[in-house]
Write a protein of this length. Structure first.
Length: 302
């Protein structure tokens, strides 16, 4: 029996079949996206569960606020490592964030040559993919040896700031470019200078997006181990850094040594507990930046 391309009502059934196929394809892709989201969250939950199960026994007040006891790690805490990571995160944020925003302002608002601007942006994106150990060697050569900072907290902050700078610049450029051009034109038409327009109109409108780059850079800096090993991190200090030129302890390096090189039977649980504290510290600092970004976004009217 031969089928006709038209139904009894005289309308073609081919568009209906095409719409049905499109709906099925759309449903499949949406289901795959949902599955990817569930899988990603599941990996995070499983990782947190395994760390919590392994390190829950060491989490107490002394572990947070006690100083590290190298001879008996069960009696001490990781206060020096917590403060060292806190210094690193805030130091990187205070250095890379202003430099990144300044570079983004120049590229989006003052760079007239589009070819040169695109070339610089391409180079910056390529720098974001350079391995962190390469930045560690860069910091060792420049900050530790040439600038004579020594193996210190300042050298580590500068090294991590250089490593995270491409992330801040890329996010800030995208945020500033997303500001509507009519904002700039209206401000210039009212008699404002180019700098006044950038400082009072463009930058406040794009600041929430710029903060996204700051959050990403700070989170990455807190979790890095290879660069800080080369420029100043140490496993044991009797006290806290007294100046930016002192050596320091940090949570990532502390976790690495406990998990791979320490002979104490309490080392695995202490390493898991230290990793949990590192995740908690990253979450707290990131949550503060996210709340600030949310507050700035609420002030937008466009």
């Amino acid at each position: 029996m031969r089928f006709l391309p038209y139904s009894l009502s005289g309308k073609s059934s081919i568009p209906l079949r095409r719409d049905s196929v499109r709906s099925i394809r759309e449903g499949v892709w949406i289901s795959l996206c949902h599955a990817s989201t569930v899988l990603s969250l599941s990996i995070l939950v499983i990782a947190l569960f395994l760390l919590a199960r392994a390190g829950w026994s060491v989490l107490d007040v002394d572990f947070f606020f006690g100083t590290w006891q190298h001879r008996n790690i069960a009696e001490g805490g990781i206060a020096q490592a917590i403060m060292g990571s806190l210094y690193l995160g805030l130091g990187v944020l205070f250095i890379s964030f202003p430099l990144g925003i300044g570079t983004a302002i120049f590229l989006t608002e003052y760079s007239a040559d589009r070819t040169a601007r695109r070339t610089v942006q391409l180079a910056i994106r390529n720098l974001a993919g350079v391995p962190s150990v390469v930045y560690g060697l860069f910091g060792l050569t420049l900050f530790v040896q040439l600038l004579n900072f020594g193996s210190s907290l300042l050298a580590a902050i500068c090294t991590l700031s250089a490593m995270t700078l491409p992330w801040v610049i890329t996010a800030s450029v995208e945020a500033l470019e997303a500001v509507p051009q009519k904002f700039r034109d209206s401000s210039l038409a009212l008699g404002a200078t180019h700098w006044q327009t950038t400082r009072r109109i463009v930058l406040p409108a794009g600041m929430p997006g710029c903060l996204t780059g700051g959050i990403i850079s700070m989170a990455r800096a807190l979790g890095e181990t290879a660069p800080i090993i080369l420029v100043g991190a140490t496993f044991f200090l009797s006290g806290f850094p007294g100046s930016p030129f002192d050596r320091f302890m940090a949570l990532p390096y502390h976790t690495f040594i406990l998990a791979t090189q320490h002979a104490s039977p309490d080392a695995p649980a202490t390493a898991a507990g230290t990793a949990l504290i590192l995740l908690l510290l990253t979450f707290i600092l990131s949550a503060g930046a996210i709340l600030l970004r949310w507050r700035l976004r609420r002030q937008k009217v466009w």
